[in-house]
Design a binder for this molecule. Structure first.
Ligand code: DAH
Length: 336
């Protein structure tokens, strides 16, 4: 039984199909609803009865041959396409990854840790005290009399007459001495509060307090400790000088200046042309303070110091506006 020669074209078409998509179109062309092999079934009724069985067999054979060729080609093309895809999408594991965005410590926290590290390496222990403090610890025991300007309503956040937000970290000195017998060697970092807000003041800021009590310390020891500290924080070459000053809780008292890190001592806006920057207050602990905590002031002596972390951080990083620390500007903070 002879079929149209055209029907045999599928062999060559399947052979030359280049993609699974193109192959599928050949399926549609021959075996789809209106495909030329499918349509042969409709021819059946026009075939003389005695030839029908043979015609049927020819169609089935044709179909089977088509499907066999089709499946074989399909597997071939699928493999080829998968391999091409793998090739194209292969991952280059030598490429650098996307940078992982990590947070950084706030510049104040960094300097805070650095200061603590320097002093703890020198044998100072960490001490803390409450931010809500009693008048006794913040003022009275530190020999700050009732009429002292530091108690002025302008500066101190009072909660009641006797309770306030600590205005400095010095009350930690008193608390530590009340709790422990000498010798004492502590630093006490933390938040302090003053009712003041402008370009150079924020109502909350940070200080580090230091206290050493034993039976023989001298001003020379104080000097040695602080010069070592400043050299470790700002570099060995920075000149340091002690200038007489006054604090109610130390006698004698001094303020410590270091050579201006911004201009190198030439004189600039930051050091107001002097070439020097004041960075901390210190002195020998006043006998009245020792007595206020019940120490024998004839037997015990020692020194204390206090500094502002904001100021030191500004000098260390050359930051000229205090408010930047509290703006939470990511662009600013990311630089550290
Ligand atoms: N408490 C002082 C202040 O807030 C800083 C200070 C000065 C602390 C001298 C001390 C010191 O321990 O000896 O300005």
């Amino acid at each position: 039984m002879e079929l149209s020669k055209e029907l045999e074209n599928y062999k060559q078409e399947i052979d030359s199909a280049a993609t699974t998509e193109g192959l599928y179109l050949i399926w549609v062309k021959y075996l789809g609803k209106k495909g030329s092999i499918s349509l042969l079934n409709k021819e059946m009724k026009n075939i003389p009865e005695d030839k029908r069985a043979e015609f049927g067999r020819v169609i089935v054979a044709l179909r089977e041959d088509f499907e066999a060729r089709y499946r074989k080609k399909e597997i071939e093309l699928k493999n080829k396409e998968i391999n091409e895809k793998l090739e194209k999408e292969s991952i280059d594991i030598t490429l650098p990854p996307f940078p992982i965005k990590r947070g950084t410590l706030h510049p104040l926290t960094q300097v805070y840790y650095e200061i603590v590290d320097i002093f703890t390496s020198m044998g100072y222990e960490l001490a803390t005290g409450p931010e809500i403090e009693l008048d006794f610890f913040n003022f009275e025991a530190l020999n700050i009399p009732k009429e002292h300007p530091a108690r002025d309503m302008q500066d101190t956040f009072y909660i009641t007459d006797e309770v306030l937000l600590r205005t400095h970290t010095s009350p930690v000195q008193v608390r530590t001495m009340k709790k422990y017998a000498p010798p004492i060697k502590i630093i006490a970092p933390g938040k302090v509060f003053r009712c003041d807000s402008d370009i150079t003041h924020t109502p909350m800021f940070h200080q580090v307090e230091g206290l050493l009590i034993d039976e023989y310390s001298s001003f020379a020891d104080l000097k040695g400790a602080l010069v070592t500290f400043i050299h470790r924080l700002f570099g060995e070459k920075i000149p340091v000088k002690f200038r007489p000053s006054f604090f109610p809780f130390t006698e004698p008292s001094a303020e410590v200046d270091m050579g201006c890190v911004i201009c190198g001592g030439e004189g600039c806006r930051v050091c107001k042309g002097t070439g020097w920057l004041e960075i901390l207050g210190c002195g020998m602990v006043h006998p009245k303070v020792l007595e206020a905590v019940g120490y024998d002031s004839d037997k015990y002596r020692g020194f204390a110091f206090g500094m502002g972390i904001e100021r030191i951080t500004m000098l260390k990083f050359g930051i000229d506006d205090l408010r930047l620390f509290y703006d939470n500007n990511i662009g600013f903070l990311k630089q550290f």
